[in-house]
Design a binder for this molecule. Structure first.
Ligand SMILES: *Cc1c(COP(=O)(O)O)cnc(C)c1O
Length: 423
């Protein structure tokens, strides 16, 4: 699995189903998820004791349900995500630890929900230990540690180091233990999620930091979590991480600690992107093809209201074309800019970090063709907005050769729900 992927610039099918059929049934823009790819990625991580899905990457109830049926547990970063997990059938039995609340603060609603359902908490700030302890003396907590360095695919996804708001600074364990003692709180686990885009050289340092902090907390530690951050390739020159080595590094740390403490520690991993990114595609329809000076613009009916990663991070998504009336694979490939419908010049899918407009070599497009934005299954639909009063797209899950609607396209009524014109 260390190989690089190959991306094709044209395609007619997703998961064996004709794109034209999907569009005629569900319309565009349309998010489509291929269940079989999610299952493959779950299988890749089988060596870990617990796979905990970071649902913020792709939170549709149907996706959570399928994760649950595969034995994948879930992470929740807000009250809404706790409710989502419960709605998808996850148990709140405190023994099972199926849902964990991981955050840097409790807002009022999250704290009440955690108390109501006895949801395990992974504290990202020392204040959380005291706030939970005051309301629930004797609680068990885990700590999210900032080891003092981080690694993200962009500054906005870097989750360790002094610039990061996430986690408890690694030198403040003593303070945490004191806060815990005040309320009879026990620290039963440690967690480090240092950023999206982990590489292996870096990981050795993370494991060392985990070991050091665990020794400081002591024998009450029963679980360690490697966090998320496993990369997926978005370009042909990018590779998967060597998962065997990745597991070995963490397993060695776990085994060292198990020996020190005299009990076997459980090893968790908490991926978001890795589990769902490659399963998802956003299908858009070409609505205009126009020459603007030197540039050929292909404008589609999906925008950054549907997929925000390119405008937010300059992220690169593989793109392919599906011809409406002729096979796109037989067409000449030309450089083009792919843009959306929004009244904002940044609404471009082919851009680099910093907002520089790029071109992509793709089969010549005509109005009515489809453009497929691939690897859009993580941080795709979940970051969608109603900007420009756009209705959010429908979502479809393909499993067992069947396309199933898992979220209706929004309507105008959805759009204005809650809005009030005072008399
Ligand atoms: C976002 C997040 C993850 C998942 O990150 P990926 O890069 O998608 O794997 C895991 N854990 C926590 C606490 C997160 O906030």
């Amino acid at each position: 699995m260390i190989s690089s992927p190959t991306f094709s610039t044209s395609r007619n099918q997703i998961a064996g189903l004709p794109i034209a059929d999907l569009v005629s049934r569900f319309g565009t823009p349309l998010y489509v998820y291929d269940r079989s790819i999610i299952d493959l990625r779950i299988a890749d991580l089988a060596a870990f004791d617990v796979i905990r899905f970071a649902q913020k990457a792709c939170g549709n109830l149907a996706i959570l349900d399928r994760m649950r049926r595969q034995g994948v547990l879930v992470d929740a970063v807000s009250a809404g995500e706790i409710k989502r997990a419960i709605a998808a059938g996850y148990s709140t039995d405190p023994q099972k630890h199926e849902i964990v609340y991981t955050a840097d603060i409790f807002d009022a609603e999250a704290l009440e929900l955690v108390l109501e359902h006895s949801i395990p908490v992974n504290c990202g700030s020392p204040d959380m230990i005291s706030q939970l302890g005051e309301r629930k003396p004797g609680a068990d907590v885990t700590l999210r540690i900032n080891p003092g360095f981080g690694h993200g695919h962009s500054q906005k996804t870097n989750t360790g180091g002094q610039q990061s708001k996430h986690g408890i600074w690694h030198t403040q364990i003593d303070d945490c233990l004191r806060r815990a003692d005040q309320h009879g709180v026990t620290i039963t686990g440690l967690h480090m999620h240092i950023g999206s885009g982990t590489d292996l050289e870096h990981l050795g340092e993370v494991c060392e930091a985990m070991q050091r902090v665990a020794m400081e907390v002591g024998r009450t530690v029963k679980t360690i979590s490697a966090g998320g951050g496993l990369p997926v390739p978005y370009k042909e020159d990018e590779t998967y991480v060597d998962l065997t080595k990745y597991f070995e590094l963490w397993d060695t740390t776990r085994n060292t600690l198990s020996k020190e403490f005299g009990h076997r520690l459980s090893l968790e991993i908490e991926p978001g992107r890795f589990l769902t990114a490659e399963s998802g595609s956003l299908i858009a329809e070409v609505r205009s093809v126009k020459q603007v000076g030197e540039n050929l613009f292909v404008l589609v009916d999906a925008g950054f209201n549907d997929l925000a990663r390119p405008v937010m991070y300059g992220s690169h998504h593989p793109i392919s074309v599906c011809g409406k009336s002729s096979d796109a694979s037989e067409r000449e490939e030309v450089d083009m800019v792919i843009g959306g419908p929004l009244c904002e010049s940044g609404d471009i899918f082919t851009q680099r970090e910093g907002g520089f407009v790029d071109t992509r070599k793709l089969p010549m497009c005509r109005v009515g063709d489809y453009v497929i934005l691939e690897n859009a299954g993580a941080y795709g639909f979940v970051m969608a907005s109603n900007y420009n009063s756009k209705m959010r797209a429908a979502e479809v899950l393909i499993e067992d050769g069947e396309a199933k609607l898992i979220r209706q396209r929004e309507t105008f009524e959805d759009l204005v729900r809650g809005e009030i014109i005072p008399s």
